[in-house]
Design a protein around this ligand. Sequence first.
Ligand code: SAH
Length: 400
Amino acid sequence: MKQELAITLNDKYKEGIKAGYPLLTKDSLEDSSQLTTEGAILKLEDRQGRFVAKGYYGNQNKGIGWVLTRDETEEINQAFFERRLTRALRHRAGMFDDPETTAFRMFNGEGDGIGGVIIDYYDGFFLISWYSEGVYQFKEQLVAALQNIAEFRGIYEKKRFDTKGQYIEDDDFVTGERGEFPLIVKENGVNYAVYLNDGAMTGIFLDQREVRQAIKENYAAGKTVLNTFSYTGAFSVAAAMGGASKTTSVDLAKRSSAKTIEQFSVNAIDYESQDILVMDVFNYFKYAKRKELKFDVVILDPPSFARSKKYTFSTSKDYTNLMKEAIAITEDKGIIVASTNSASFGMKKFKVFIDKAFKDLGRKYSIVEERSLPADFRVDPKFAEGNYLKVLFVKLGERI
Ligand code: SAH
């Protein structure tokens, strides 16, 4: 059994932790200098030495560890991981049997009771993402637990904990059988090519599944669709499968073009009938305005922060401007799908950013649909930051 390190909680944070807040920060401890070994089990106590919770030490950009249990008698061992994983599987019951959707989140960090680690399922393969050196110390126990309770062909991993909290390049294969990549997964009947052993990204962001489905089913038929910050073009593929008359994908990354061609091709869509552009979105907006291009549907899904040669984009500062650029090239009564994965503000503030864009331009609008994380991305109700995804389907109204 692992040694437990008794550590005193700061009085101000004690009640919050007791009530269910799962994240440990430097401030929440009286003396964080006691923390030396990542992966140490922490026995969190109040000033009187009374037990509050057990957690682990692991440095992430968000904090320095996570609460694991509020039951003093619960040991952190393989059986603990089996219980947490079993509970997580129960919440995804049925998803493993759906032939139309073969990729989803099986374990969502603190939402499933263990912060710092997530597990995605890709058609027979598990992909474990570790967000700290500390949580990585539980690899043997967690992998053994997964082997005991779930069926799979193979396991891969992403170590997302270099000094900047980024991915560490490695052979990401863990155990079982090696996959052949691209692995073709399905999502609501649409194919996506994914790679589990080729850098930090797999080729698809699973949290947008319901947004892709909504675009495909309700917004794409017969429409021209502009997909900005398009990455592998997943939204473009969904739109094309939904009958879009044409899609235009714009991303700065050189690789995005080949990746997007591949996603169209695995769905037997002729990529030559689509536009795939490697360019800065902000330059594209200028170009489109000059050419007086207009689209029926514009998708905005920028990273929370991005720096290109000419522009720096930070969601909380620049979303209103981004939205204005989009409005300028959207048809009257067209739809803008405005998305953000920034955890630093909630839906209310996001709506303020959108509202300001329309006010500045003297335009009316209505929000016709709102989306957040799908159910497999379980959220801890005590940890609102975990509910990061915000998507608004905005319909352009008349000029005031
Ligand atoms: N919408 C995508 C995910 C976007 S990830 C999807 O659903 O799959 C963010 C993408 O933005 C990255 O591919 C990155 O290359 C791109 N990007 C960042 N800054 C950009 C800019 N200024 N212009 C164009 N693309 C940019």
